[in-house]
Design a protein around this ligand. Sequence first.
Ligand SMILES: C[S@@+](CC[C@H](N)C(=O)[O-])C[C@H]1O[C@@H](n2cnc3c(N)ncnc32)[C@H](O)[C@@H]1O
Length: 248
Amino acid sequence: MTRRLGLVTESVALWARGRRQHRAWAEHHEHCRALVAGVVADLPRRRTVAVLGSGLLRDIPLSLLRERFERVLLIDAVHLPQVRLAAVFQPNVRLVTRDLSGVMGWLEGKRDGRVDPVADLVADVTLDLVISANLMSQLGWPVADWLDDNPARAAALPSDLPTRCIAWHRDDLARFPRRVVLLTDVEMVERDRSGTAVEHFDLMRGTVLPPQDESWDWCVAPFGEAVADRETVHSVHGWRDFGAAIKR
Ligand SMILES: C[S@@+](CC[C@H](N)C(=O)[O-])C[C@H]1O[C@@H](n2cnc3c(N)ncnc32)[C@H](O)[C@@H]1O
């Protein structure tokens, strides 16, 4: 199902685009890593850290996490071979392959409803830090595309499932008893060469989030990457303590 949702293809494409756009993306990755490093420095205990949407490990300071925590869980639907290779010789790093939307079985008709994708993590008393690493916006679009491509099955499912997947992730994060960092892009803007915004897309699909601690722009596709005369810029938000922010 991961493959049919396009996540494997997307991971490979993301890896290739990240290499092409190394410079354009560096600032965004650095911003994410610095926010996480600041939180790690402040934590009173560092037993287990879980990275949700660890993917290509570009936006998290893996060396720091490995050094400071007893156990590092890297959780994603897809771990490309280069990531597996990077993790295999690290004794305190474990790769967990998991659907963090919880809906893949439901889409396929194998079950009726969502699976709780974080139940075991919420119950893990050693989990001192959870980092949702640019995953949230990615939970909606593969489901939306799949529903478009499978109209017969889509008729039996909630039409707002992509939005629900994003909102469920927000609610999943709010369940963790200790520190949660959330990093996510929230809006996509396409601009022409005069700087005029020609397209806006709400990547949260209407899901309400509390005020963020930090925000910055991520130039995902500079002019010429996707379209000659358009650049695509995502607005990224970061929360150092998402649990506290959502309770306020
Ligand atoms: C924008 S990437 C961020 C990746 C990573 N943080 C990095 O630095 O490369 C989004 C990640 O979310 C993962 N993802 C998307 N849908 C998922 C799902 N339903 N369950 C688990 N992971 C998912 C993708 O495989 C991808 O690795």
